[in-house]
Design a protein around this ligand. Sequence first.
Ligand code: ASP
Ligand code: MG
Length: 455
Amino acid sequence: MITVMKFGGTSVGSVEAFNRVADIIINEKGKKIIVISAISGITDFLASAIENNEVVMDDAIKIFRDKHLNIARCLLSKKLYDEFLNDFEVRFSQFKNVMFSDEEKRDPYYNDNVLSQGERFSSLILSYLIKSKGYESVALTSEMAGIYAMGKTMSGLCDFKKTEVGLKTSVVPLLENNIIPIITGFYGINKDGKPLTFGRGGSDYTASAIGNAVNASSIQIWTDVDGFMSADPRLVKNAVTLAEMSFDEAAELTHFGAKVLHPMAIEPAKLKCIPLWIKNSYRPENPGTLIHCVNEERYEPIRSVAIKLDLSILTLTVKEMLHKPMFFAKVLEKLSEADICIYGVSTSLFSIALLVRNIDLEKCLTLLNVSSDKSIEKVNVKNNMTLICTVGDNLLDRCEFCGDIFNTIRNAGTNVEMISKGASNVTLNFVVSKDYATKIIKMIHEKFISKGALV
Ligand code: ASP
Ligand code: MG
């Protein structure tokens, strides 16, 4: 029985926060593997340091060093701090080599290497802090733990097979000897032995990937909120924390609002049905949200309602689109090559409507060559649209729920601009004008959630 516990940057943002985290770890019974992010703000700091010149780099390195040493000094006894300092200096000189070496700078994975540096130091501090509390612990970088990654720079994926072997060799023996491993989140090593990050916020994914690789009995993601909510509490006053959700429900919500969990963290846990908890490190006594394989029958149609603002609908009317299937393929290819995220698609026999961010609209028009492509008959743009995502794994089973939702929109006095139903088993997504979004979200919450089984 292994528990993987991951702590985000805000959970280790200060001396007090580090202490809180160490106590949570110690209080957890059984074998545990800890995954940690960089101290909050450090990854952003590293990202901006490499954008500046080397004079500024000198300052940046000093700020980085002082920040970590000051926290460690407050947490550790003089004797332990001196021991810590020896390990710190080894990692610090490697850090400096990375930052200043021209050879490293030419490496296509240079940014991954620099951005991965914060985790190497937060993990070291936490490991020493746990030792100071009388428990054995080792800080492992992803290189040492054997976490392998593959793919493009800043968007790696875990190589599960190699990671499973890596962890069996380096981490499992520690657990058997009651030693608590503290592992760097956020990155693995690629085929050339270089750090490759899993994208910003990727430590959640590391935890889930480790859970998958060691067949953990649970994965805990410790953050600074109580869990997933039935709605954004800034919009809906009586929004509640959800006690549990299915993996599919949570996966849809990861793309909205508070960014409680990295979207990629669902899959590794879901593949092996490992329960995944969202917990608040500032309020560990709160139950949090459990994300799991749901077997039992549920009664609420909607569990959560979320919104995404600042979107536009771009509609292209194409002559005989039915006979030109390549047109659709080309549109998707061009936009995805430019990393433009498409939040929804709707097609008719002659037209295709795409939901994209307001700020990507101009780029889309240029990429799709709308002014000169002869096959495009008409272009229509609607700005300031809002996507409303209703989530619930019963939602699509009973026809009356959809009717009720659209009735609610009618009662709000507006119309639906675009609908997506059927793509996912657990969501009904629709787009309305920004002016009505808050009103609709409140009405839906009131009708389906506040009065439903959740309260
Ligand atoms: N430290 C990394 C970031 O800020 C990874 C993480 O926090 O999950 O993106
Ligand atoms: Mg996070």
